[in-house]
Ligand binder design. Structure first.
Ligand code: SF4
Ligand code: SF4
Length: 227
């Protein structure tokens, strides 16, 4: 899932300092599961902001709304009748949700209350580890299911650098060396021949905006007959 963390309260206060009435919009999917941007977190942040501004003798009214997914047009439509009464919108969704909200209401300032940090697995309640950077050309098939784009500090594709040290990465002894892990996994599977093959560098397709249309929908997209 996509994970995020809430911005520091001082940064959020700075963003809303010119407004007296702001609608804070949560998202009920990924950021809700990772405990940062669901309905509950919207209410907590709103209470903090209202309290802080009251103490500064400069009250703010924070409205609350939460939609199932901010990255989905049909759910954003639920806000159409509501946003008009607010000076600005705040979003606690991931970066794509925030942008989609801004696109739907282009005349309203949209303020991000969270920092999106990546695609992660849920190791335990409140504990998330990044596993994928959506590079657009997945190599897990020859790396034993371990992602060198995400886990190797240098994104190497052909074995470890000279800094690998007894299973740790040179950037941090607490950080496992991705290629040590890949070697161990492939050795356990009897597939070490894969590590000897040369693999061209990542194309870094994630450095430009991409559009994905699933094959069954290409014709409808081309003819403008989207459902
Ligand atoms: S190789 Fe690319 S798509 Fe596959 S897990 Fe790593 S970043 Fe994600
Ligand atoms: S020590 Fe390992 S994980 Fe760290 S940069 Fe070198 S190859 Fe990558």
């Amino acid at each position: 899932m996509i994970v995020a963390k809430r911005k520091p309260i001082e940064e959020i206060k700075e963003m809303v300092k010119g407004y007296q009435k702001v609608l804070n919009v949560g998202c009920g999917t990924c950021v809700s599961v990772c405990l940062v941007g669901g309905e509950k977190e919207v209410n907590i942040l709103n209470a903090e902001l209202e309290m802080a501004r009251k103490m500064e003798d400069n009250p703010i009214e924070m409205g609350a709304a939460s939609v199932e997914r901010q990255c989905d047009r049909e759910f954003l439509a639920e806000l159409d009748d509501k946003v008009g009464e607010y000076e600005a919108l705040m979003s606690m969704a991931c970066g794509v949700g925030i942008q989609f909200l801004a696109e739907r209401f282009p005349d309203k300032p949209v303020l991000p209350a969270v920092d999106t940090t990546g695609l992660a697995v849920n190791q335990d309640v409140g504990w998330y580890e990044e596993r994928c950077r959506s590079c657009g050309s997945c190599v897990l098939g020859w790396t034993g299911g371990i992602c060198p784009v995400t886990l190797c500090a240098k994104g190497l594709y052909n074995g470890p650098c000279g800094g690998t040290n007894n299973g740790s990465c040179e950037i941090d002894p607490e950080q496992p060396c991705a290629w040590f892990k890949i070697y161990e996994r492939l050795a356990g599977q009897g597939r070490l021949d894969l590590i000897k093959e040369f693999h061209p560098a990542n194309a870094w397709q994630d450095q430009v905006p991409r559009t994905l249309i699933q094959p069954g929908y290409e014709k409808a997209e081309a003819t403008g007959q989207k459902t």
